[in-house]
Design a protein around this ligand. Structure first.
Ligand code: NAG
Ligand code: NAG
Length: 256
C-alpha cells in the first residue's frame, strides 16, 4: 500500500521570501513541492536546497503569469506529480507586481501588467487548483479537500497616492478570493486571503529599502517570511468548523 503524497503548488517564489519559506514549511509537514516563478535562478537554487533537505521539489519557470502560461505549467505539474500517487492539496498565489507611480505617470501598460500578474494570473491559477481539489477526498482531520491561499497587502484594502495600478489589481484578487471562498466552501475547499501589512525581511527588500535605517535589525518593525509561513500552515490545518477567510499580519510596531 502506498500513501498518496500531498503536493503544495506555490506561484511567486524569490530567494528568502514568503513563497520560499512557505514551501519549506509545508515540506516539513510532508508535502511535495511545485514551485512556479519568473526568476529562474532563485527557483533552481530553492529546488536544490529543498531536495538537499530530503524533499521532493520541482521548479516550473514561467516567463509571465498570463492565463496561457499558467495553464501550460499546470500540464507539466500534473505530469510530474501524477494521480493517484500524488494529489494537489494546497496552493499559494504569492505572485505580485510592485509598482508605485503618480497616477498621471502610470501608463496603460503599467496598469495591464499589474492586472495580468495579479488578477489574470490568480484567476487561472485558481481554476487549475480548484479543478484538482475537486478530485480529492475530504481529509478526515481538517475536513477539507484543499487549501488555497492568496497573499495580499495593504493595497488590497486601501488605495494610496501612488497605487492606481497596484490597488485595483490587489482589490480584484481579494474579491476573487472571497467569491471562491463562498462558492467552494460547499465543496469543503478552504480559500483564504492574507493581508501582509509591512516590510518583509528578505534579500529583495533589503536591497530595495537599503536607504531605510535600522529596519533589518529591529525585530519590532518588520515581518519574517518564516513567520508568515507559520500562519499559512496554521490556515491549512484549521478544521472545517472554524475556517478563516481573511487574516492580517503586521509587525508589532507597524503604524496602521
Ligand atoms: C510574495 O508576497 C510578498 C508579500 O506580499 C511580496 O512582497 C512578494 O513580492 C511576493 N513574491 C513575488 C515573487 O511576487
Ligand atoms: C501612503 O502614501 C504616503 C506617501 O507616499 C506614505 O507616506 C504613507 O505611508 C502611505 N500610507 C500607507 C498606509 O501605506
Amino acid at each position: 500500500m502506498s500513501a498518496i503524497k500531498p503536493v503544495l503548488v506555490v506561484a511567486g517564489v524569490r530567494a528568502g521570501g514568503t513563497g520560499a519559506a512557505t514551501a519549506a514549511a509545508f515540506a516539513r509537514k510532508g508535502y511535495s513541492l511545485a514551485l512556479i516563478s519568473r526568476g529562474s535562478e532563485d527557483l533552481k537554487a530553492l529546488e536544490e536546497e529543498l531536495k538537499a533537505a530530503g524533499n521532493e521539489a520541482t521548479a516550473f519557470p514561467v516567463s509571465s503569469y498570463s492565463a496561457s502560461s499558467i495553464s501550460a505549467i499546470f500540464q507539466s505539474i500534473h505530469t510530474r506529480y501524477p494521480s493517484p500517487d500524488y494529489t494537489i492539496r494546497a496552493a499559494l498565489y504569492n505572485a505580485s507586481h510592485s509598482i508605485r507611480k503618480p497616477f498621471l505617470e502610470t501608463s496603460l501598460a503599467d496598469f495591464r501588467a499589474a492586472q495580468e500578474t495579479i488578477v489574470e494570473g490568480s484567476f487561472t491559477f485558481s481554476q487549475e487548483v480548484i479543478r484538482a481539489f475537486k478530485e480529492n477526498d475530504v481529509d478526515s482531520v481538517t475536513g477539507k479537500r484543499g487549501m488555497l491561499i492568496f497573499t495580499g497587502s495593504t493595497t488590497s484594502i486601501r488605495g494610496n497616492t501612488t497605487t492606481s495600478a497596484a490597488a485595483p489589481a490587489k482589490w480584484g484578487m481579494r474579491a476573487l478570493s472571497q467569491s471562491l471562498a463562498k462558492e467552494f466552501g460547499a465543496w469543503n475547499i478552504h480559500v483564504a486571503h492574507a493581508i501582509i501589512d509591512g516590510v518583509i525581511n528578505t534579500p529583495f527588500s533589503r536591497s530595495r529599502f537599503s536607504d531605510r535605517s535600522n529596519w533589518v535589525e529591529n525585530e519590532d518593525i518588520r515581518l519574517n517570511a518564516e513567520d508568515i509561513a507559520k500562519a499559512y500552515v496554521y490556515l491549512a490545518e484549521q478544521p472545517r468548523s472554524a475556517w478563516t477567510w481573511e487574516l492580517d499580519l503586521r509587525p508589532a510596531l507597524e503604524k496602521w
